[in-house]
Design a protein around this ligand. Structure first.
Ligand SMILES: [Zn+2]
Length: 298
């Protein structure tokens, strides 16, 4: 699959090529061999021997993307078979042990913004192993996890969380969380459209992606960017900064929640703590410079 046009403004007029390298290139091999297990690296090398890593940028939208995408079956195998699942699961367990308090602060902010006393329907879109849901679940929060990966869905079911297979579901939610998902998608616009349709009126969406600002603002694409990060080969197909993430959400009719509202919601939900003050400062940074944004449906 090739993606020639800008995925945000749909135009070719502002598109420039930043880099075009064959997969046998030194820097790409350096990344693949350090990021994946030896077995996975060998399989990738065989299957993508004649593949190119080509990065395009739209100067109008400040959006960066990988032009060539391997076949669907390869991408499926990459996430389901090549990536070490045991490691990935352990990483998720450790991460969410550390983030429990921050996750709680975030969900309290959302509850305050929604202003609902009844049960809130939450969708974790791209839920991974489902640990975020475990961190925030309570009697007032009804969590559903949407996940493409079969093994992860099976794990989530064991955690006794609700699951959803299809992105085009009739179900609607008051809050959708989409953490580190958009950068992986080959069908970016379809997913954003279905996120919009799955959100209730006045519902809130949280979208977070790696911040590619440094790469987007660089005059030249450096080979040093080919590492674990916003444009890493194979997995990070779409790369945003604050400007482009705002733009794609606004084009798709989402409305931004004002920074004043975000701060008030954090200050008035639960007691003040050092972690909470830190998270308010993070909200301010994200609002103006970051790639973790909160929007709602009008
Ligand atoms: Zn564009």
């Amino acid at each position: 699959m090739n993606r020639n046009k800008c995925l945000i403004c749909k135009s070719k007029n502002f598109v420039v090529e930043l880099i075009n390298l064959q997969f046998s290139n030194y820097y790409i091999n350096k990344f693949l061999s350090s990021y994946y297990s030896i077995n996975a690296y060998k399989k990738i090398k065989i299957e993508l021997n004649n593949f190119y890593y080509k990065i395009l940028k739209c100067n109008n939208c400040h959006f960066i993307w990988q032009k060539h995408i391997p076949k669907e079956i390869f991408m499926k195998n990459l996430y389901e078979k090549f990536i070490d699942k045991k490691k990935s699961l352990q990483k998720s367990i450790d991460k969410h042990k550390r983030s429990k308090l921050i996750d709680q602060i975030q969900i309290d902010q959302i509850i305050y913004l929604l202003g609902k006393s009844r049960k809130i329907k939450v969708l974790d879109y791209g839920a991974g192993w489902g640990h975020w849901g475990i961190n925030v679940q309570s009697k007032n929060i009804d969590i559903t996890c949407l996940e493409y990966s079969k093994s992860r869905i099976n794990y989530i079911k064991k955690l006794k969380l609700k699951t959803l297979k299809l992105k085009n579901s009739n179900q609607k939610f008051d809050f959708i969380r989409c953490e580190q998902v958009l950068e992986h998608l080959t069908d970016l616009n379809d997913v954003i459209k279905s996120l919009f349709s799955m959100l209730n009126k006045k519902g809130i969406i949280y979208i977070s992606v790696p911040n590619g600002n440094k790469i987007i603002n660089s005059e030249k694409f450096s080979n040093e960017f080919i590492k674990k990060g916003p444009v890493q080969p194979l997995e990070h197909l779409n790369c945003f900064n604050n400007f482009s993430l705002n733009k794609i959400l606004e084009i798709n009719r989402f409305k931004k929640i004002s920074i004043i509202k975000l701060i008030i919601a954090k200050l008035y939900s639960n007691k003040l703590s050092f972690k909470k003050i830190k998270s308010i400062l993070k909200d301010i940074y994200n609002y103006y410079y970051g790639t973790a944004l909160l929007y709602y449906k009008d």
